[in-house]
Design a protein around this ligand. Structure first.
Ligand code: SF4
Length: 444
């Protein structure tokens, strides 16, 4: 969500003749977009902001702005605490930034905007924006969350759940496809509750079916889903809709029913595992990633062992795991049974090393397979390597010419790593790749 907000900010400021620079020493405006889901992310934002104090002293004309969840959480108070901070832009304030900047430039007034406005922004029309999307783009379909899991600050900093109109979403997807986007990721805190409580609006499965009809759109992904809303009509989409990638991110958070109840997640371990069985029955090759928290208040050794055994049973393709940290305003802050930091750390390491073994095994099973890879751009490993993703969201690096960016090509997987795969473009596997041969490039 924050990445989407950053991209939208770049679009909006592009209209005001701002351009992105790599080096903050060249910047006229430094905008720090923040996350507050975990304490560590918040501390990092404050530490960076602290370093900017000396920069602002040297260059008083520099505008320093703080956006995102930390801005929403602390609001105007930040202006009092941090005299070198000029603008505080809450989670619903991105479209206010040009007006705030203009006011600051003319009056010097430091400002905070922390209202919940549910402004989704207009669908970009592709003519006025300086920013050009890449192969993949995010599209926000809803904001906020009504679930109030006891550890989570999101409902407090992102507000209550609100769905965007499906017509507006389709217009944005069409516009992105016209500008060369091949894959869209539908975004929201809880996408599969899309449309709930909005009379006459589609539900999430209905929205997926409409998006899948957009001409020229190659792939659809979505994130994040809540297990309680993973219902049969949505599961069937994985079988029925060709552009829908066989990958779902389905946070489980704990393998212990006692802890799931304390987290107020609204499902049991058995229910969650049952969903995976049902989904894998509908779409055999679906990949599942998840989130897990260790050291939630009251988590004993037995609860933790149940989280480990859930990993063994669920066989996730990837897992994002975190140590619990108290977040202000949340109910879990007030729960007893806080787990010691060193215990949390040890549990996290144990959990992560188990998952690494599972992920590596799953990746190794890909070796020798040919996968359709949507080429995204140069690989982070450097050289002339390109990088792309399989429909199951696995990253594959391989040698290839830059002309392949934006193409979906068959790649033979030759090697597996913990977080990525290596492969070679498999020209003979797809006659349509003749064009690549004609560009006189020779893959192995
Ligand atoms: S469903 Fe997700 S975003 Fe909503 S409260 Fe729970 S963890 Fe937070």
């Amino acid at each position: 969500m924050n990445r989407y907000d950053s991209e939208r900010l770049v679009e909006i400021l592009g209209e005001e003749q701002f351009v992105l620079v790599d080096d903050h020493r060249q910047a006229d405006l430094i905008f720090i977009n923040t996350c507050t889901v975990r304490d560590k992310a918040e501390q990092k934002a404050f530490s960076y902001l602290g370093r900017l104090k000396a920069v602002k002293r040297r260059r008083p004309e520099l505008v320093v702005a703080l956006g995102g969840c930390v801005a929403q959480q602390h609001g105007e108070d930040l202006l009092r605490r941090l005299p070198h901070l000029d603008l505080v832009v809450g989670t619903h304030g991105i479209s206010e930034v040009p007006a705030m900047l203009a006011r600051f430039e003319t009056t010097g007034e430091r400002q905070a905007f922390v209202e919940f406005g549910y402004d989704f922004g207009d669908a970009p029309d592709g003519r006025t924006y300086s920013w050009r999307p890449g192969v993949s783009a995010f599209v926000t379909i809803m904001r906020g969350c009504d679930n109030f899991c006891t550890y989570c600050i999101v409902p407090f900093v992102r507000g209550r759940e609100r769905s965007r109109s499906s017509d507006e979403i389709i217009r944005e997807v069409e516009s992105l496809v016209e500008r060369g986007v091949r894959e869209v990721s539908l975004l929201g805190q809880n996408v599969n509750s899309y449309g709930q409580g909005v009379s006459g609006e589609l539900d999430f499965a209905g929205l997926l079916r409409r998006v899948a009809q957009v001409d020229g759109l190659m792939r659809i992904r979505f994130t994040t889903s809540h297990p309680k809303d993973l219902l049969p009509p949505l599961m069937r989409c994985f079988n029925d809709l060709e552009p829908l990638c066989p990958h779902i991110h389905l946070p489980v958070q704990s393998g212990s029913d006692r802890i799931l109840q304390r987290m107020k997640r609204g499902y049991t371990r058995d229910h969650y595992l049952g969903l995976l069985t049902e989904l894998r029955g509908i779409r055999k090759d679906v990949a599942v990633s998840s989130d897990m928290i260790v050291g939630f208040p009251g988590e004993g050794e037995d609860d933790f062992q149940q989280s480990l055994s859930l990993l063994e049973e669920a066989r996730f393709d990837a897992l994002f795991s975190f140590k619990y940290s108290d977040r202000p305003q949340t109910a879990a802050c007030r729960l007893d049974g806080k787990v010691k930091e060193e215990v949390k750390l040890k549990r996290l390491q144990t959990l992560q090393s188990l998952q690494e073994r599972i992920t590596l095994k799953k990746n190794e099973a890909q070796v020798g397979q040919i996968s359709r890879v949507l080429v995204e751009g140069p690989s982070q490993v450097g050289g002339s390597q390109l990088s792309g993703r399989t429909p199951q969201n696995r990253v594959v690096n391989f040698q290839g010419p830059p002309q392949l960016v934006g193409e979906e090509i068959p790649v033979l997987v030759t090697k597996a790593h913990a977080h990525s795969l290596e492969g070679v473009v498999c020209l003979e596997a797809n006659a349509s790749l003749k064009v690549v041969k004609e560009r006189s490039w020779c893959g192995k």
